[in-house]
Each structure stands twice: as C-alpha cells, then as structure tokens.
Design a protein around this ligand. Sequence first.
Ligand SMILES: NC(=O)c1ccc[n+]([C@@H]2O[C@H](COP(=O)([O-])OP(=O)(O)OC[C@H]3O[C@@H](n4cnc5c(N)ncnc54)[C@H](OP(=O)(O)O)[C@@H]3O)[C@@H](O)[C@H]2O)c1
Length: 270
Amino acid sequence: MSDAAKPELNSSAVALVTGATGAIGKAIARQIAARREYAVVLACRNEERAARVVAEIRHATGNAKVRHELVDVSRKASVDALATRWRGPLHVLVNVAADTPRRRRETPEGLEVQCATNVLGYFWMIQAFSEILRRSAPARVVNVASYWAGDLDLTDLEFTRRRYSNSEAYRQSKQADRMLTVAFAERLKPFGVTVNACHPGDVNSTLSNSLGFGGHESPDGGARTPVWLALDQALQPVTGKYFEHLRETPCPFARNRQAIEALYVACSRF
Ligand SMILES: NC(=O)c1ccc[n+]([C@@H]2O[C@H](COP(=O)([O-])OP(=O)(O)OC[C@H]3O[C@@H](n4cnc5c(N)ncnc54)[C@H](OP(=O)(O)O)[C@@H]3O)[C@@H](O)[C@H]2O)c1
C-alpha cells in the first residue's frame, strides 16, 4: 500500500504542497507542519530529495505527520495518478512547483516545460483534486505566482511562434497562474473551496538564479504570505484575490474575463 493509500489518521487537517524540495516550497511545508494539527504531504518529483526534506521538517517541527508523494506536475498522467491514489481529505493545496529552463525544453509528451509545469501543473493539480477539496470543504488552494508577470500570448502558450526567452516564458506563466486563480475561484466558490494567488517574495533559489537574479528575502520570508493565505482564519471567505506581502493587491489580469475564460478553455484542451 502506497503512503497515499493510508488515510491521514489522528489529524484534523491535511495540506499538500508541491515544489516542497525548493527554497520557498520547503519553507511553506515546514511552516504549515509547525502547526501540529496539520498532516503535510510534500508532492515532489525526486524521491531522494523528498525523503531528505521530510526528515528535515519532521526533525524541525516534531510533527510526525509529514510525508511525501511522488509526482511530476508537468505530466497530466502523473498528477491524475496522485489524485487517484489519494485517500482521505485535503484541506489545503499549495501550488509552488515551477521551472524556468534557460533553453526551450519539452516534456516527454512534447509540451514546453514552463507552460507544462508552471501553468498546466497548477491547472491539473486543482482540477484533479477539486472533487477531494469539495468533499473536504471548507478548503483552500493557494497559487504561488509572482509580481513579475505579463505579456501572456494566448495564441502562443508554448513559445512555438515567438523566440523562447526563459524570463518571457516565466512572466507569461505567472500571469496565467493569476488568471487561473480567478477562473477556479469562481468555479469552486459554491462548494466552499477558495482559490487565491500571491507573490511570495524575492528569494535566492535555483529558479531565481536561472532567471538571472538572486533574491534578498529568506525562504521563510517568502513563505509568509502563502502560509498566511493557507491558514489564517480571517481569510476563510476570501477567494479569487491576489496578495503581495500580506496585503490584497489589485491584479490587472483579473479584469479581463474573456481572456481568463479563453485561458481556462485552452488549458482544458491539453
Ligand atoms: N524565488 C523567487 O524569488 C520567487 C519570486 C516570485 C515567485 N516565485 C515563485 O515561487 C515558487 C517557488 O520558487 P522557488 O524560488 O522556491 O524555486 P526553486 O527553489 O527552484 O523550487 C522549485 C521547486 O519546483 C519543483 N519542480 C520543478 N519542476 C517540477 C515538476 N515537473 N514536478 C514536480 N516538481 C517540480 C522543484 O523540484 P526539484 O527539487 O526536483 O527540482 C522544486 O521543488 C515558484 O512558483 C516561483 O514562480 C519565486
């Protein structure tokens, strides 16, 4: 029996964090695990790194209800398999996993990696877990996006027409995350599931280095806003919003309803 086949025993709440072997994701998982009433599942693609982080977080928090599941969020079949083998409730899903290769790369299915990971990875995780989240309501989804976002071209999501630049593809993907937040928030609102997006903070990481900048905030600082969105009781009714540094921030991408729906439909077709 895989770990996921085991229901989360003796826990009142369950959180699932993707990208938890990364700088910000690990800090998010640890901060949630520090709230000992949470069982925390780290959704990672690398078994060895995942096991190491699980041990680290268990040691740091004293929370034994921390474990990992293997998933490649850039592959729909892998995401669907995780949701299918999941047992028990899910109260908090934090989408963090992202990649920004310097050269254009494709997944084994032939999808451009940033589109597959940063956009479809978020889309597929919410879609695959939406029934489970609905059954577990009240439940929350937090999409870790970025203030560094823009220039989304709905006709070229995979940079097949434009010359690939990892920063342009990244900005596009983070705009998409903020737009999909609105699309899913509307769809899941009637079922008691909220969906919000945030900028975490500028943190030194593989991802930020690949984009050519460092980052002056600590991973724990970067985790603060996502964890606040995931756990703060006062935010329970809030949905479809975008936050920076613990503040709701107007999002220009949330205004274009037509583009939001077009993006949702485009993602559904992959
Ligand atoms: N760092 C910043 O300054 C900054 C600023 C704004 C927004 N953000 C956002 O914050 C989030 C985390 O960024 P970070 O800086 O912490 O990046 P990071 O340290 O490079 O971590 C990225 C994480 O994503 C995982 N990942 C990548 N592709 C995956 C896949 N196909 N399937 C499963 N997991 C995958 C990586 O796993 P491996 O360990 O296996 O590689 C790693 O755990 C991203 O969404 C990013 O857009 C970061």
